[in-house]
Design a protein around this ligand. Structure first.
Ligand SMILES: Nc1ncnc2c1ncn2[C@@H]1O[C@H](COP(=O)(O)OP(=O)(O)OP(=O)(O)O)[C@@H](O)[C@H]1O
Ligand SMILES: [Mg+2]
Length: 506
């Protein structure tokens, strides 16, 4: 094999500006054929932008791109696909009105000899691909009904269906459970053996160190270095990413638990006509002022459903009792819950969290605008004053206060949503996988913030796709399986093994 053929991707001097930001500044990178190449960096470092250039979504302002030694210029994702490059996007981009199979083969639908769409083949092929990933999703299901983790699996199946030789995965496991992540890792190993080249973006260091052959670190749009995995450590990589020391997550400070703020008793949700929705059976728990209650469970265990029922965001009817500060409540709409001091940071930020037509400031202030009324009118200045504090507190990187929210990197969008809810000064905060896509530095800051808020009497209910995070933050953990609570552990009793055992109890 000659040297040229060993280089799958060569990027030279790639520069990309967006209004107000240099997203990439003269980035040069070589990716070898058949390697898993991880790209690491803080939120906003330029990882997704670089990968979007490789996959034809964006065109660079300057620089060259070569695929297998050939100079290329991609004007669209179709151009990139034709050259064998496929991407799984961080912000999932499925068409909600279509079925799973239709999404997988969008624009490349199998046809009969006479040119008609061949649904049967599409379904069968989709089933095969989903089977490879161990996904229990029906090809005929509408994508709109899928949870984030399942959407992520459909995106992965779609990339596999392209039979690309270069596959870009932009945080593919951010909403997957450990078991699904493991399955994906095995698929990646197989693809690699078949000669596929994989570019892998992740904030999870353990994953990066299990999968990658080499690691590239970006910081503020610049290439810091590319290293062999065997010649570095996670803390060294983190150091390059942030350019400063990150303190180890310290355990939560000693809590004095106050009175019960939220009590859920025998919460039941009957199954809907669509067999997809999880039913809840007699879910009960209490959360006190100053306490973090973690809810562990596999995907589909019912964690999100519990939080949505409490928050008034559920489409299904529920039975049982939900009490807030001793008062029985039943919120018809999330806005009623907010008024009563209970808020939720949802798992699916794209569908439930972000207002794409509003700018950064407006997205953060939208639930606290009454604080910005001056003489009966909304004062833009007061509004910007209100958002300044949470923006600094968790460090949101934005070109300007009035930039469109879609211009922010994925992790920074998530930080905006968290800030929005913190501004409402809630008594009870429901966090559904809040650190999805958030970098190590910001995670540590968010953990500190949760700790501080608890000390001032907030009650928190938390779910997370990362068990270590639940173990770090929670004072108590309940475990759910198939819509039931199967175990409860205090902070001292809880460990990964016990939780996994309880999570797989049918
Ligand atoms: N479409 C866009 N318009 C304007 N600015 C953008 C756009 N996309 C990205 N940016 C900016 O470019 C910079 C790099 O963003 P990018 O999405 O590449 O970061 P990232 O490393 O993928 O971060 P994350 O870990 O949060 O996903 C950020 O400052 C972001 O605000
Ligand atoms: Mg990104």
């Amino acid at each position: 094999m000659n040297k040229q053929a060993e280089v799958a991707v060569a990027m030279r001097g790639i520069t990309k500006q967006f209004p107000g930001v240099v997203a990439l500044d003269d980035v040069t990178l070589q990716v070898r054929r058949g390697e898993v190449h991880a790209i690491c960096g803080e939120n906003g470092a330029g990882k997704s932008t670089l990968m979007k250039i490789l996959s034809g979504v964006h065109q660079p302002d300057a620089g060259e791109l070569e695929i297998a030694g050939q100079s290329v210029q991609f004007h669209s994702t179709r151009d990139a696909e034709n050259a064998g490059v496929a991407i799984i996007h961080q912000e999932l981009e499925l068409v909600e009105e279509l079925t799973v199979a239709a999404n997988i083969f969008l624009g490349r639908e199998p046809r009969t000899r006479f040119g008609f769409l061949n649904d049967a083949i599409a379904k069968r092929k989709a089933q095969e691909l989903l089977g490879l990933l161990d996904a229990s999703i029906s090809p005929e299901e509408m994508t709109s009904g899928l949870r984030v983790g399942d959407q992520q699996l459909v995106e992965i199946a779609k990339a596999l269906s392209l039979q690309a030789s270069i596959i870009v995965m932009d945080e593919p496991t951010s909403a997957l459970t450990d078991a699904e992540t493991e399955r994906l890792e095995r698929t990646i190993a197989t693809l690699r053996l078949q000669g596929c080249t994989i570019l892998y973006i992740s904030h999870k260091m353990d994953e990066v160190f299990r999968l990658a052959d080499r690691i590239t670190i970006l910081r503020d749009g610049r290439h810091v270095c590319t290293v062999n995995k065997t010649e570095t450590t996670a803390s060294e990589v983190t150091g390059w990413m942030v350019g400063r020391e990150i303190s180890e997550h310290r355990f939560r400070s000693q809590q004095t638990v106050g009175k019960c703020l939220l009590e859920v008793k025998d919460l039941c949700v009957a199954s809907q006509d669509s067999s997809q929705s999880v039913q809840l059976h007699n879910v009960s728990f209490r959360v006190h002022a100053g306490e973090v209650l973690g809810i562990a469970g596999l995907m589909g265990a019912g964690r999100t459903e519990v939080l949505e029922a409490i928050f008034g965001a559920s489409n299904s009817q529920w039975q049982g009792t939900i009490s807030l500060g001793g008062q029985a409540v039943s919120f018809a709409h999330p806005s009623d819950a907010c008024k009563a001091g209970l808020v939720m940071v949802p798992e699916d930020r794209k569908r439930l969290g972000i207002f794409l037509n509003l700018n950064v400031t407006e997205n953060i202030s939208i639930c606290s605008l009454f604080h910005a009324i001056r003489n009966g009118l909304l004062s833009k200045k007061a509004e910007e004053g209100i958002v300044a504090k949470p923006m600094n507190q968790i460090g949101i990187k934005t070109p300007s206060l009035t930039a469109s929210i879609s211009e922010l990197s994925g992790g920074n969008q998530q930080k905006c949503i968290i800030s929005r809810w913190l501004l409402t000064k809630p008594h009870v905060l429901l966090l559904d996988d809040p650190t999805r896509g958030i970098d190590v530095g910001a995670k540590a800051e968010l953990y500190e913030l949760i700790d501080t808020l608890c000390q001032s009497g907030l009650a928190v209910v938390l779910t997370s796709s990362e068990l270590p995070e639940l173990l770090t933050l929670s004072d108590r953990i309940i475990v759910m399986a198939e819509g039931r609570v199967t175990a409860e552990f205090s902070r001292d009793e809880a460990n990964e093994k016990k939780i996994m055992t309880a999570a797989t109890l049918a």
